[in-house]
Design a protein around this ligand. Structure first.
Ligand SMILES: NC(=O)c1ccc[n+]([C@@H]2O[C@H](COP(=O)([O-])OP(=O)(O)OC[C@H]3O[C@@H](n4cnc5c(N)ncnc54)[C@H](OP(=O)(O)O)[C@@H]3O)[C@@H](O)[C@H]2O)c1
Length: 211
């Protein structure tokens, strides 16, 4: 684990050509793997929450005392479903990760890191100081990409679906999660399932780290 922040794993459902949306995701298989990391924090972005807001139950079972913390990166204060997120039974607590310039929202506790946009490294450091050892990133393209760009991902977990999503999915509203920055990966494990899904786990080598 890095000294100055928690261990960060990005768990992504991808098509063989790397899309994160625009193809039928095996949601059951994706979430069945989530307990692997026993995450302290689920880190997600505003767009991932906004994409599922319609499906959130306003009368859920309430917070889950043994669940992780949900931290939602939301510099522009676009998320408003805080009460439904708190009550949906998946997380023990919910915080908005904001910057100093974000509009305040009395309906949610804010973790402030960064001036204009959220400073992801600083936000992870705060989560670490709060006792988090493992953070699982649940995001489409943007947040994973930004974390990879900043060298803040330690593990990439890819649930590869047996399909090519095509250029429309890859060039669509959700930008690719891959970055311009080269990254060396070390295979942690591989598993194949009967329906053609392949689960690949890679350690992301940081600069200066030996293979
Ligand atoms: N295939 C999968 O495994 C998977 C998993 C989760 C979600 N999804 C799908 O992916 C789609 C959403 O994905 P997305 O990537 O567009 O949204 P996202 O994961 O919500 O990421 C967007 C968030 O990242 C923040 N961000 C981006 N770059 C940043 C940077 N450099 N510094 C700080 N913050 C930064 C944005 O900040 P601002 O607040 O400033 O805009 C925004 O809050 C949805 O359709 C969802 O269903 C797929």
């Amino acid at each position: 684990m890095p000294a100055d922040r928690p261990y960060v794993v990005a768990h992504l459902a991808v098509s063989l050509d790397g899309a994160t949306t625009g193809f039928p995701i095996d949601v059951g298989a994706y979430y069945a793997l989530v307990p692997t990391w026993k995450e302290d924090v689920t880190l997600t972005g505003a767009d991932t929450i906004l994409a599922q807001e319609g499906a959130l139950d306003a009368h859920g079972p309430g917070p889950s005392p043994d669940g992780p913390l949900l931290a939602v990166v939301d510099s522009r204060s676009r998320v408003h479903s805080w009460s439904a997120l708190r009550g949906c039974g998946l997380w023990r607590r919910v915080v908005a990760v904001r910057s100093e310039q974000s509009e305040p929202d009395p309906d949610v506790v804010a973790l402030v890191a960064g001036h204009e946009r959220v400073d992801l490294a600083a936000a992870l450091a705060v989560l670490g100081d709060d006792g988090a050892a493992t953070v699982r990133v649940d995001s489409g393209g943007q947040l994973v990409r930004a974390l990879l760009e900043d060298g803040l991902v330690d593990e990439l977990s890819l649930l590869v679906h047996p399909c090519l999503a095509g250029t429309e999915a890859l060039g669509g509203a959700v930008p690719p999660w891959t970055t311009d920055r080269r990254a060396d990966l070390g295979l942690i494990s591989q598993e194949q399932y009967a329906d053609g899904l392949v689960w690949l786990r890679y350690h992301v080598r940081h600069e200066g780290e030996l293979p």
